[in-house]
Write a protein that binds this ligand. Structure first.
Ligand code: SF4
Ligand code: SF4
Length: 493
């Protein structure tokens, strides 16, 4: 096992300040490389200080709820169906206990539009709040793996000291222990993701059954565990910076009215250490603002940036810098909020937070899409039937001078209970005979296939392909109507 890279390593506390002490921001000096890479592009390993404070406590509670939901998700059942399941293998999907099939592709398309529009509205109003507060990657990294790391390796300074220390038996044992714990948690995370894909029942079968029967499943379990171990033990904040498309996309959605974690430059600049006993007026007389340049906001940042440089793509709105700065403001007797949730306009022009026309427009589109989605879900028939003339089959003479056609029928039952179905010709005289079990029963969350004979009197035929309509009924209730064609002799035959 290798230790963190020795070269290019940097403690967030030691990150160079491009502006120098107590200098106002000079935008020409602004960095032209990632905060976690040096000029040569080598990774700078971060050792963020343990965050604490009001915002962190709120975030920790919120994360705890999400973590419980996330891990319990595949095991929670609503009317017997998983809370969330995306079973790509069997092409079965469950959202909030509602089973969806590949035939529900329109619903999926609308759901995706709702999701994307929702993200745009949310990002326009609240920036990357999702990233810091609800994204599973950030939650697991900052609230689980980072906390385990603090427990095992200590806070920022101890972590850095341990990393710099020569390899001894003690260091090796601590490293082995930490990475074993990381792999164990990654295994649980990997299994949870796997349960979301194949379902919890299948996951249990793979875990408990003879391994020789589940080589593919076990391979994926190990691959998922290794993937999460690599992300949380090594890749970390790079996943948000390099891989996450939302991080890239958000810069297009932000504007000057978006709420973000902001440093109040007007109040903070110019920066200078606070001399003991120095009054606010003395400081102001020297042109100094409230920022005492302690760099605690940088020290706690899990992405290694200095929020005083302005809005940056790496910022995940985790609020750790707000807490750190508020604690410093308490110590120097200045009000909280030098770093706070605010829009650029509210910081620079003192404007109140407002709902802009752009946000309103997005919200209207989102409202319309949500309405469409709910309409589709609520009017969704519990069964979906395909009623197709059997391939290659010709019409045949039936009883009483009628003409018969054979059809292949498939009834998908999306409900949580078995549904007996019957077929009725609509708007035309004739008979339908279901082959095999009668009445036909579509088992819950599954489907049934059968053949059906349709007999029509010659008098109703309009040619070699007569359009007919078949109603699907259950218990006297019409579930859906289907159109199909009926083959018969041409008019001149
Ligand atoms: S924590 Fe606050 S006072 Fe300290 S450097 Fe950051 S912004 Fe300035
Ligand atoms: S700048 Fe502040 S809010 Fe943004 S990621 Fe760093 S600590 Fe979190």
């Amino acid at each position: 096992m290798k230790d963190e890279p020795a070269e290019g390593r940097i403690s967030a506390v030691e990150a160079p300040d491009p502006h120098g002490v107590s200098q106002p921001v000079n935008w020409k000096d602004y960095r032209d490389h990632l905060a976690t890479a040096d000029q040569q592009g080598r990774r700078r390993w971060l050792y963020p200080k343990k965050p604490s404070g009001t915002w962190h406590t709120r975030r920790a509670w919120f994360a705890a709820v999400l973590i419980v939901v996330m891990f319990a998700g595949p095991w929670i059942r609503i009317q017997g169906n998983p809370l969330l399941m995306i079973n790509i293998v069997e092409r079965k999907f469950s959202i909030l206990g509602q089973m969806f099939w590949p035939q529900d592709s329109i619903l999926f398309a609308v759901a995706m539009l709702v999701f994307i529009t929702g993200i745009i509205v949310f990002t326009t109003a609240f920036g990357r709040l999702w990233c810091g507060w609800a994204c599973p990657q950030t939650i697991m990294m900052e609230m689980v793996f980072r906390k385990l790391e603090y427990l095992i390796d200590g806070d920022s300074a101890e972590q850095k000291a341990l990393s710099d220390a020569p390899w001894t038996a003690r260091k090796t044992a601590r490293r082995l222990f930490k990475h074993a714990v990381f792999f164990g948690v990654s295994f649980i995370v990997g299994n949870t993701l796997f349960a979301y894909i194949v379902g919890s029942d299948q996951l249990l079968r793979i875990q408990l059954d003879d391994p020789r029967n589940h080589v593919t499943g076990l391979t994926f379990m190990i691959l998922f565990s290794l993937l999460f171990y690599a992300i949380f033990a090594r890749f970390r904040e790079q996943a948000c910076t390099f891989i996450c498309p939302y991080g890239r996309f958000q810069s297009a959605a932000l504007d000057e009215n978006t709420m973000l974690v902001m440093y109040d430059r007007k109040r903070g600049e110019s920066r200078a250490p606070w001399r003991k006993g120095e009054s606010v007026s003395e400081r102001a007389a020297q042109g100094h603002g409230d920022c005492v340049n302690c760099r605690q906001c940088v020290a706690v940042c899990p992405t290694g940036i200095d929020i005083r440089d302005g809005t940056q793509m790496e910022c995940v709105n985790c609020t750790a810098c707000i807490d750190a700065c508020d604690q410093i403001m308490d110590r120097v007797g200045r009000p909280h909020g030098l770093i706070r949730f605010a829009s650029q306009n509210s910081v620079e022009k003192g404007e109140p937070q407002r709902f802009t026309k752009r946000m309103l427009m997005y919200a209207v589109v989102l409202g319309a899409l949500v309405t469409l989605f709910l309409t589709l879900v609520l009017t969704r028939a519990p069964v979906e039937t395909t009623f197709l003339r059997a391939q290659g089959a010709l019409y045949q003479p039936g009883p009483d001078g009628t003409i018969g056609n054979v059809y292949s029928v498939k009834v998908i039952n999306k409900a949580h209970h078995d549904i007996p179905v019957e077929f009725v010709l609509e708007g035309v005289e004739g008979k339908i005979r279901v082959m095999g079990a009668n009445p036909l029963v579509a088992p819950k969350e599954s489907f049934v296939q059968t053949s059906v004979m349709v007999y029509l009197p010659k008098s109703v035929l309009t040619g070699s392909a007569t359009r007919i309509k078949v109603g699907v009924f259950s218990g006297g209730k019409r579930l859906e109507g289907l159109g199909t064609t009926f083959a018969g002799p041409r008019n001149d035959e």
